[in-house]
Write a protein that binds this ligand. Sequence first.
Ligand SMILES: Nc1ncnc2c1ncn2[C@@H]1O[C@H](COP(=O)(O)OP(=O)(O)OP(=O)(O)O)[C@@H](O)[C@H]1O
Length: 242
Amino acid sequence: MLEFRSVDHEIGDLAVLTDISLEIGDGEFVLLAGANGSGKTTLLGHCNGLLTPTSGSVLVDGTPVEDDLVAARTAVGMVFQQPRDQFVAATVGEDVAFGPENLGLERAEIDDRVQRALEAVRLEGRETERIQTLSGGEQSRVAIAGALAMEPTHLVLDEPFTGLDEPARQSVLEHLRSLSAAGTGIIVATHDLRDLHAIADRIIAMHDGKIALDDEPERALASLEALDVRVPADVENQETRA
Ligand SMILES: Nc1ncnc2c1ncn2[C@@H]1O[C@H](COP(=O)(O)OP(=O)(O)OP(=O)(O)O)[C@@H](O)[C@H]1O
């Protein structure tokens, strides 16, 4: 369980997050929507102690994040918007293996996790390739594989589908869905609600640093346009009609 209790985040005079309270249960698949600048990335940064609340607290499985940062970072896997910030090794295989190696796992278990993670992002057989030589979308997939290989109990992804081609997007989606079914809590910040709402349990929409709505997908979608979150299918329909 991931829990925010009245979290405020201020930067100077700017209230970036105001009074965020929410609970995300094990196995819940949550979409975090909202316009540019509404506070999504900042909210995600609080999930594993990357950011510290100005007031309020964040708890991972009942423990305040600041009480045990290592535990929080092991429990909550993060995939950032800019994958380049996330790489620690030169090659695909080394990078994805880095996290599991740090957990002190047996070699066979590490290799197994790397294989499964690379299959999930459709990069199997590419272990020895240098990350620098990959395309942006492929680099994003390496970053996702790195988080998957840690097998965290909560997985937080910031715009994970940007730059992914459709087969890779579907494969990652399928994997996230199966992780969620197996009990992993998933939070995906995204503008891309295309087919995601069909698999999500819940949509949380941010507006000006506050939670503007938190509801099951069908009801949430009906309210989203008022918050300036375009639903691509509707946009396409409007363009077709025009
Ligand atoms: N380190 C910082 N310094 C100053 N302002 C910041 C900082 N981090 C975030 N902000 C501001 O806080 C607000 C929320 O930013 P955040 O990145 O959380 O939004 P977002 O919803 O993730 O946006 P996007 O959809 O564009 O990624 C923005 O107005 C942003 O400019």
